[in-house]
Design a protein around this ligand. Structure first.
Ligand SMILES: Nc1ncnc2c1ncn2[C@@H]1O[C@H](COP(=O)(O)OP(=O)(O)O)[C@@H](O)[C@H]1O
Ligand SMILES: [Mg+2]
Length: 264
């Protein structure tokens, strides 16, 4: 090493969450939704956050995205995103803008991000041009490529469709393709395929996995169904009652569980 100081610390991990605590201050009392969550995610890796319903998976995702609303609040810990701590940033708006466009979420219901009265091409062109100068034509070409990368056979036909003309699986593929067009460093997908057939869930995750590897995007895939992620994630973190009770590479967690994996 030379003696020249580096102006910024070298950032190896896209995300490091340390001892995150998020609580809901309700009339009935304080609800510790996330009690102690620590996660590390490197570039291009897929982490699956698994656990039974109510274990705190979504609240963990919302906390990382800066989307916890009153009466909820992140009360402790650190969220280092590309080396910068996001916890304690003043104002929800600032906290969210510090994450954008580098952090994107894909919700369970694709219709909550797709515009029902706009054709798919218009929505995708907008996503491309939100971050880069591109002609409509070039942006449309990128949109078609993004659909093909998500395993969509007839991109041209799909681009001309309105969301309601497409199947649930197709809509979710499109929502994911739009998230990828923003070229984020991190995508948090919260049970995005739960409503779909298991074979389709595995297909979609496998296409997304290839894509994130190529683009160096880190992915957190939230699910209550371990079977969907078993063969596809790099790492697994199992949540139970607001805590991570088991964490490691897929092989380590599945071969040598330290803790009984809670039923879905
Ligand atoms: N807006 C809210 N107000 C009060 N409690 C909430 C709210 N959102 C989530 N919770 C509570 O936080 C805990 C974790 O919820 P959640 O993260 O949604 O679980 P999961 O995604 O694992 O099913 C649950 O006990 C839930 O009731
Ligand atoms: Mg949830």
């Amino acid at each position: 090493m030379s003696g020249t100081p580096t102006p910024f610390p070298a950032v190896e991990n896209t995300l490091e969450v340390r001892h995150l605590q998020t609580r809901f201050f309700t009339r009935e009392g304080v609800l510790p939704a996330v009690e102690d969550v620590s996660l590390t995610l490197a570039r291009g890796r897929v982490l699956s956050l698994v656990g039974e319903s109510g274990s705190g998976k979504s609240v963990t995702g919302f906390s990382i995205m800066g989307l916890v609303d009153a009466p909820g609040r992140v009360v402790g810990g650190e969220i280092l995103f590309r080396g910068k701590n996001l916890v304690g940033l003043r104002g929800g708006g600032d906290a969210v803008s510090a994450r954008q466009p580098r952090c994107h979420s894909v919700p369970e219901d694709p219709m909550s991000t797709l515009n029902p009265v706009q054709r798919v091409d218009a929505q995708m062109i907008e996503a491309v041009r939100a971050h880069r100068r591109a002609s409509r034509r070039a942006a449309r070409e990128q949109a078609a490529e993004a659909l093909a990368a998500m395993g969509i056979a007839n991109p041209e036909e799909r681009l001309r469709a309105y969301p309601h003309q497409l199947s649930g699986g197709m809509r979710q593929r499109i929502a994911i393709a739009i998230a990828m067009l923003h070229k984020p460093d991190l995508i948090i997908a919260d049970e995005p395929t739960t409503a779909l057939d298991v074979t389709i869930q595995v297909q979609i995750l496998s296409e997304l996995q290839t894509l994130v590897r190529t683009q160096g995007t880190s992915l957190i895939w939230i699910t209550h169904d371990l079977s969907v992620v078993a063969g596809l994630a790099d790492d697994i973190a199992v949540m139970y009652a607001g805590r991570i009770v088991e964490q490691g590479t897929v092989d380590a967690v599945l071969d040598h569980p330290q803790h009984p994996i809670p039923p879905a």
